[in-house]
Design a protein. Structure first.
Length: 98
């Protein structure tokens, strides 16, 4: 997979409002259990689980079992990839502003 394909895959994964909201919530509160997301979003537990699966398979979040609960965190590698993409696009924004 090229860098462009990897970047597009992460952006596509974050393109859904619930998934983006989950990632934002995890950035603020790492190690959040899946059941806690139903309180934040107006969707069912199975829907949250499906979104978490998509995020996990894309490498955006990691999961860890704590007893009967599964807790999630944003993967630092995903944050680094997004940061690198934004920094790569920064000269474009600066050139347009000037």
């Amino acid at each position: 997979m090229t860098n462009h394909q990897a970047d597009a895959a992460i952006l596509k994964t974050l393109g859904h409002p619930v998934r983006l909201g989950i990632v934002r919530a995890l950035a603020a509160q790492p190690e959040t259990c899946a059941c806690d997301f139903t309180e934040l979003f107006d969707v069912s537990q199975p829907t949250i689980s499906q979104h978490l699966k998509v995020l996990r398979e894309a490498g955006v979040v990691s999961s860890r079992r704590r007893g009967v609960q599964i807790c999630y965190s944003v993967r630092p590698e995903a944050v680094s990839a997004l940061r690198a993409l934004v920094e790569e696009l920064e000269p474009v924004r600066l050139a347009d502003a000037g």
